[in-house]
Design a binder for this molecule. Structure first.
Ligand code: HSE
Length: 400
């Protein structure tokens, strides 16, 4: 019998409790042993809920119980989750978490502590909710050199962009509707400004290359400037607009960005609609693999936590290695990244545009009194220089 404790009976914690109860037979069948929730830690009472039987209010009850082999940290936030996780690992209990903030800030340190105490720190649920992506990076793709990771890592913004595209609505109107339906947070800044996706690509990039990415080094733009006119141009190009979180290894340099991108149907991420997430990984041997599913939500996220519990249960007394050193991964300035750019200019002077950007295709009949065009491949620095010379750029969206 594997005895488990859950820290925090919120959305994900109660989901973990439910997954372990409802899928008891499947779990026992596959593990060859039963997983039992011995304790759930929460300050509140839950009268009438079966959790009440195992509810405790003092973390020491859990940390001092040698029977507890695995702890699910589903509290979220940095404190006290950091202290509880550290103490659990120091007492040889493996910790499985959905806590993206903690993983992003303290991942290498907590992994070191787990290693020193022959237990594991696993965090499949911290990126992409129920989508298996951490485990593929850690195991299935461990033999590969990862050339790029491109993710739709935020469901709120993908929902907003999908609605803008399909219903022709303005950004503010879709956001309001998403908030009413509970898809978007009351304070949606972390989502719409790209910070949530930034933390997630920071974790994935750290795992891909085994060194620590500082998320401050990642150029991050949200979707607040995207308008229905941008979608009109995208439609004209047979494309759509997605918020991509992207990291690329090129010529031994690493680039990372979160920004809206023009995406053509040839890209498998084009088909990812609504609140769904997906991650496309390009490797030097196996080529592209894609991981798709629910990036958030109670049971999807909880299911990923329980997958980690099973992994820990199979390796009691051992450390499951996750290569993520404290050493910094240098992210190169985005100016060196090479790509195409979709530009809208308040100009009807096609000759001036062509003089600077070459023989580009012009879209002059989409929005009155402006021209849109897609550049050839050039570095971000080159683009900035030419755009400054043009002088009347209204907006730019990168092209994938
Ligand atoms: N707010 C996130 C999203 C979910 O919209 O995808 C949690 O990571």
């Amino acid at each position: 019998m594997i005895k488990v404790a859950i820290l925090g009976y919120g959305t994900v914690g109660s989901g973990v409790f439910e997954v372990i109860r409802k899928n008891k037979d499947a779990i026992t069948g596959k593990l060859g042993d039963e997983v039992q929730v011995k304790y759930v830690l929460d300050l509140r009472e839950f009268e009438g809920d079966p959790v009440q039987e195992v509810l405790v209010h003092d973390v020491d009850t859990i940390l001092n119980d040698p029977e507890v082999a695995v702890v699910c940290e589903t509290m979220g936030g940095e404190r006290p989750a950091y202290d509880f996780t550290k103490r659990a690992l120091e007492s040889g209990k493996s910790v499985c978490t959905s806590n993206k903030e903690l993983v992003e800030k303290h991942g290498p340190e907590l992994l070191q502590i787990a290693k020193a105490h022959n237990c594991s720190y696993l965090f499949e649920a911290s990126v992409g909710g129920g989508i298996p992506i951490i485990r593929p990076l850690r195991t299935s793709l461990a033999q590969e050199e990862i050339l790029s990771i491109t993710g739709i890592l935020n469901g709120t913004t993908n929902y907003i962009l999908t609605k803008m595209e399909t219903e022709g609505l303005a950004f503010e109107d879709v956001l309001k509707r998403a908030q009413e339906k509970g898809y978007a947070e009351k304070n949606p800044d972390a989502d719409i400004l790209g910070f949530d996706a930034c933390r997630k690509i920071s974790i994935l990039t750290s795992l891909a290359y085994g060194k620590n990415v500082d998320f401050h080094d990642i150029t991050t733009e949200g979707i607040t400037a995207i308008t229905d006119s941008d979608f009109a141009y995208a439609k004209k190009m047979g494309a759509t607009i997605k918020l991509f979180a992207k990291s690329v290894k090129k010529d031994n340099k690493y680039y990372a960005i979160v920004a809206p991108f023009i995406v053509k149907p040839e890209n498998p991420l084009y088909a990812v609609k609504g609140v769904f997430n997906a991650i496309l990984v390009n490797c030097n041997m196996g080529g592209e693999t894609m991981y798709y599913g629910k990036g958030a939500g109670k049971l999807a996220t909880a299911s990923a936590v329980v997958a980690d519990v099973l992994d820990c249960a199979r390796h009691i007394g051992k450390h499951l290695d996750v290569k993520w050193e404290d050493e910094k991964l240098e992210i190169s300035p985005i100016d060196g990244a090479v790509r195409r750019f979709f530009v809208r200019a308040a100009s009807t002077d096609a000759a001036q545009i062509k003089e600077l950007f070459g023989d580009v295709e012009l879209f002059s009949d989409v929005v009155p009194d402006e021209i849109g065009f897609v550049t050839e491949e050039m570095s971000e620095a080159e683009y900035k220089e030419k755009a400054a010379k043009l002088g009347n750029v209204l907006s730019m969206i990168r092209v994938d």
